[in-house]
Design a protein around this ligand. Structure first.
Ligand SMILES: Nc1ncnc2c1ncn2[C@@H]1O[C@H](COP(=O)(O)OP(=O)(O)OP(=O)(O)O)[C@@H](O)[C@H]1O
Length: 275
């Protein structure tokens, strides 16, 4: 089944071959450089894993991408283009970038039905309110997404009652409902048990097969689905390594990244790190 947005205006879509172009991006918070002259380009449709230890700057990189954090001007020439454009209405931008993070899941631990969670993606809101005009096209699209994610049976359930895996899927539905150019997953598999992890990965693989970029931010190699073939390692706010998965995920690189001896194993197309 191919999911397509129905007559929904996606302002600002461009034809740039690049999803993201960053050059000389430095972000300072509380007087500390949390991204340090970082340069990174990601093409439309490319699947990338961004890996780094706690505090290395992964989430800050995503927040800069989604215009939550702003970089400093650079003498070497700052570039921060998203889908070919430097200036964005952040609400439009966030609809084109489907974002699923642990922070978002925290905000949804309350009485909102799964259907409303998915519909709220049209309004970039947390739930549906009286001022939101939900059209029949939006409802039909929301049901299409629920079906695609195999969670139609959860439509009337409250988020507060769901397991972590089910809630994560509902949030993916919220991200997908607007037919985004990319799905950005920040630590998506945290707190999932083995079965939930397996079905979550299968779900992301299905989305990767739709031709949308999947950008996965994690410190767990196990989260890297086989469709991701580029890995970016980030350390101390800088790009430490960037390249083909097989060339980047080595004992040497991972040991240096995490500052301890690490052995990388590959099993059935997935990677794991042993310390
Ligand atoms: N708004 C902020 N104010 C102050 N410091 C910040 C802010 N945002 C991030 N930082 C700091 O920047 C550094 C990088 O944080 P970031 O959340 O990007 O790391 P991360 O790689 O995503 O870590 P984790 O894997 O633990 O989520 C950390 O030292 C963090 O404390």
């Amino acid at each position: 089944m191919i999911i397509m947005a129905q007559n929904i205006d996606l302002q600002g879509k461009t034809n740039s071959p690049f999803l993201l172009e960053m050059k000389n991006v430095t972000v300072v918070k509380s007087g500390k450089k949390i991204l340090d002259s970082l340069s990174l380009s990601i093409e439309q449709g490319e699947h990338v894993a961004i890996i780094g230890p706690n505090g290395s700057g992964k989430s800050s990189l995503i927040k800069t991408f989604t215009k939550e954090y702003y970089p400093l001007a650079s003498a070497d020439g700052l570039v921060l283009n998203i889908m070919g454009k430097g200036t964005w209405n952040v609400f439009e931008l966030r609809k084109l970038l489907g974002i699923v993070s642990g922070d978002l899941q925290q905000t949804y631990c309350r009485e909102v039905s799964v259907l409303d969670v998915v519909l709220s993606g049209f309004f970039s809101s947390i739930g549906i309110y009286y001022n939101h005009e939900v059209t029949p096209e939006m409802k039909s699209r929301a049901w299409e997404v629920l079906k695609f994610l195999e969670i139609s049976h959860l439509a009337d359930r409250m988020m507060s009652e769901l397991s972590s895996g089910e809630a994560r899927r509902a949030l993916i539905g919220r991200a997908l409902v607007h037919d985004p150019q990319a799905l950005i997953l920040d630590e998506p598999a945290n707190s999932l048990d083995l079965k939930a992890l397996h079905s979550f990965r299968e779900c992301i693989r299905k989305i990767a097969g739709l031709g949308k970029s999947v950008i996965l931010v994690t410190h767990n190699l196990e989260d890297i689905i086989p469709e991701i073939n580029r890995v970016v390692l980030i350390k101390d706010g800088k790009i430490f390594r960037d390249g083909k998965k097989e060339e980047i995920l080595t004992d040497e690189n991972l040991s240096e990244l995490f500052s301890l001896p690490v052995e990388v194993l590959k099993i059935n197309g997935y990677y794991t790190a042993v310390v």
